[in-house]
Design a protein around this ligand. Structure first.
Ligand SMILES: Nc1ncnc2c1ncn2[C@@H]1O[C@H](COP(=O)(O)OP(=O)(O)OP(=O)(O)O)[C@@H](O)[C@H]1O
Ligand SMILES: [Mg+2]
Length: 344
């Protein structure tokens, strides 16, 4: 592996970054081919109908990005991230994702190899694609949440809680006021199975780098606001709505509530009580470190989920409104791929 010169990254850590770093490996041998394929796809993309030209399938609609499968890139998932204001914003986003992956790995987590390709189609805002290996559906957390037996599911929950604690511990030992968080919902992990047991999971939902320095977000929060009408943007900014939404990922108890709340979205609220027992054992085991947080219960999980779903639904509605204004009234382009109805 070739190693380049010293590199000072966004979070101020001096490191020697390998030319062929893990974040580049997904497409390392044919970066130019990947870029050309993505550029061609992006040039022809209608964000309102990403599959219109037949060469792509939507694997998952995110709140921020859309996970796509392109026929021309078999075996890979391409996550499209719009909302980048200009080339500088795209470069900063790419660099921050790289730093986030590196810091997560240093905290002890397994993170899927991810290559960021930023594209600039003339006359449009830049977009970033995150390329990852297309991991097997059998090991995906949402599959296991719906289908695995109780013992396996609870193993998965324990594994994720271990990872959450690793991130939390690494935050305490890192200098420079840098804190990381993860979106720990089971649907963001791939679990290898060996001898009827699940192994340490790999995180693949890394498109939103949750990094704060001295409590300030390093990701440009305008990326989230770019999809809503300008008047609402000002309101969201004043209310610090994005910061408040992201803050809960940094609190271990809230992150665990979110992990359990996702059981509702996946249609398995019946499995919350058993999993909550594991969360409570984890909160009790780390009570000193976490400042003695109270236990969680199924009712609180249901309320947490309802509140989260309401916020996300509202965010989706205002984005649809912006799409309507831009495409139907102003005859311009709306650059975000939005989901249809979501069952929450
Ligand atoms: N590398 C991958 N291999 C297999 N499936 C994947 C992969 N990445 C994403 N998926 C599928 O797509 C879904 C959505 O992807 P992901 O969790 O990365 O983003 P998200 O939660 O939709 O979006 P956002 O980044 O906007 O929060 C996943 O829950 C999973 O089912
Ligand atoms: Mg996800």
């Amino acid at each position: 592996m070739e190693v380049d010169a010293e590199h000072r990254n966004l979070v101020g850590v001096v490191e020697h970054r390998a030319m062929n770093s893990p974040s580049q490996a997904a497409c390392a041998d044919d970066t130019q081919t990947c870029r050309a394929i993505l550029e061609e796809f992006e040039r022809n993309l209608d964000p309102a109908d990403p599959t219109a030209r037949g060469a792509a399938r939507v694997l998952g609609y995110g709140e921020v990005s859309a996970a796509l499968l392109l026929e021309a890139l078999p075996g890979r998932v391409c996550k499209r991230m719009a909302g980048l204001r200009d080339r500088g914003a795209a470069e900063r986003y790419e660099s921050l994702v790289g730093d986030y992956l590196g810091l997560l790995r240093r905290s002890g987590l397994r993170v899927v190899e991810t290559q960021v390709v930023t594209l600039q189609i003339p006359g449009r805002r830049p977009v970033a694609y995150l390329l990852q290996e297309h991991l097997g559906a059998d090991g995906l957390g949402d599959t296991l949440l719906r289908e695995a037996d109780d013992a396996t599911l609870l193993d998965c929950v324990d594994r994720v809680l271990v990872a959450l604690f690793e991130v939390w511990t690494a935050n305490r030992s890192r200098s420079g006021g840098i804190e990381l968080a993860i979106d720990a919902q089971l649907s963001n992990w791939h679990f290898p199975s060996a001898a009827a047991q699940v192994g340490p999971p790999t995180l693949f939902d890394v498109g939103t780098p949750y990094v704060r320095r001295s409590a300030a977000y390093l990701i440009d929060l305008e990326i989230f606001l770019a999809a809503v009408p300008p008047l609402l943007r000002a309101y969201y900014r004043r209310a610090r709505a994005v910061e408040k939404y992201l803050d809960h990922y940094f609190d271990p108890r809230s992150a665990a509530l979110d992990l359990l709340g996702n059981f509702h979205k996946e249609g398995r609220p019946d499995r919350v009580p058993a999993a909550a027992t594991r969360v409570n054992a984890w909160l009790a085991a780390h009570a000193e470190e976490f400042g003695h947080p109270p236990a969680v219960d199924s009712d609180e999980v249901a309320r947490f989920y309802a509140n989260d779903a309401e916020q996300l639904e509202l965010f989706l509605k205002v984005r649809r409104l912006d799409r309507f204004i831009r495409t139907r009234l102003l005859y311009s382009r709306y650059d975000f791929v939005l989901p249809g109805e979501i069952r929450r």
